[in-house]
Design a protein around this ligand. Sequence first.
Ligand code: GTP
Length: 599
Amino acid sequence: FPPERIRNLSIIAHIDHGKSTLADRLLQMTDTLPQEANAQFLDKLKVERERGITVKAQTVSIIHTHTDGNKYLINLIDTPGHVDFSYEVSRSLGACEGGLLLVDCTQGIQAQTLSVFHHAVDANLKLLPVINKVDLQHASPEETKEQIAQTFGLPIEDCMPISAKSGLGVDTVLRQIVDGLPPPKWDGDGKLRALVFDTFYDRFRGVVSLVRIKSGSVKKGDKVRFLQAGKKYEVLEVGIYNPEEVSVGALKEGQVGYLICNMKNSEEAHIGDTVCLLNEPTDPLPGFQPMKAMVYAGVFPMDNSDFPQLEESIERLTLNDRSVSVERESSAALGQGFRLGFLGTLHMDVFRQRLEDEYSSNVIITAPTVPYKVVYQRGKQQVEEFISNPADFPDTTDTRNRVSYVEEPMVNATIFVPTEYVGAMMELCAKYRGIQDEYKFLDNTDRAILKYRLPLAEIVTDFFSELKSSSSGFASFDYEEGGYERSNLVKLNMLLNQKPVDALALIVHKDAAQFIGRQWVKKLKDVLPRQLFELAIQASIGNKVVARESLSAMRKDVTAGLYGGHYERKMKHLNKQKEGKKRLKRLAGVGDDGVQNVL
Ligand code: GTP
């Protein structure tokens, strides 16, 4: 296929607006997929199917005979819809020239429609608006068109009303993909430049890279270099997905496909990397940035003897998800475990579910934390350190620690909501330390857009569920990284008989510290077992106790023979026991229900 007969596109949409259904329909209409197949082909992983979320970018090539009688190669590149994966989104969009902006007309534009739209504009994509689910009774395609015109400045008459489910209107979409989207184009030398927009690990073949050939071509036997990895390899196979893997002689300019070389170590695979020929060096394609973890959580086996097994599973799970960072961690209360870093909370949830699929509830996952930047004064120098584990956070009230200041990561959030919930949203954002940036109503619709700056730490806990409940489920929320900002943060320690429990330490804003401290000591009082002696439960900032409860001693006759011994020994015993860990799991952890309900 010459470049002018190729179209590379993504379907961009908010979750559940019908992206997978439309992709399936396009595959069926072009006989790429048998008519009766109804499995959503693009969502391969089990957990994705269960949760209805597309995590990994998948791609498929369609060969389509257009009304002009010519055959066209249409590459459909699946983008993960959620903000946690915004880096992967922009990489996959970097492989396209166009996109279908899909909006469910029973819901209208949502926050995520907006954020993927901006990514698409940044990537210079030509967008065709598609209005889905017109078959539903409460569909309002006209209002959705109006929203699209106002919000995105796309012409109303370009909107294509369809039902991805019944297939209505999808033939028009297929025609417009060819007529309305630009073909790939490269001005410059014809050296090989392949953009790696996704990679995965195959047990037998090692790393498989999904690539978009920006210029030149690549074939089996070529000696290539991955610029980011800085290593050379030999190409063992190239091919396309149609929809299964089909090996081809060469991948040429404008095409999308997979590339396998003798890369065995998944750490050498970088999304956004550029591949060139060994003897024809080029500069890297623009825009590569390493992924960075924004949300961290500790993972511990319930039973210490399960540690090697947990280690093995984490290794296996991270093989195909290179964006998870892994470090060992040990806690006095929880034993040996790991500290994992994720791109965001959804990413963490997906990983956690995979882990739990294997372990049922035999792992403890601690409450999510974010990386803080702590700046120390060392002589005349300022030294910064990133700390994601509250246990390692310095006591900022102790001048001997010479902490100059602390910064926390911020996000720029967009909330899309029916106007009647605007008040509730503002209240919610204020509660979570949000600062309003922008606020606007969309004319002729009952929707408003709110923009806020919020601390990331605030939204990794209960923010999302509260947003949903205080808007009757109507608000949609999305965010982008917003850099770091100074903040008055302190470490809140929980002490049992004056001994701090590392796994329960929290980093909180100073103004909220006392309130949170009080809630915690109450909660601890409720869940801790009574001892032979009175147990003091305290919350402190440095040396200053900000909240206190005491748990009275058990009556002697009850405990005789049952309890005994010194508290230290008792605690040690408790920590070793599953019971004790379960209690800690409830306290320190993300609850069993998958929500990070800490307080
Ligand atoms: P994510 O992969 O989670 O982003 O979702 P998605 O955008 O791929 O949505 P998906 O295709 O899974 O569709 C979501 C739901 O909407 C499914 O239950 C579909 O059956 C339904 N759906 C999709 N298109 C239509 C349509 O045209 N009409 C009706 N009635 N339902 C549709």
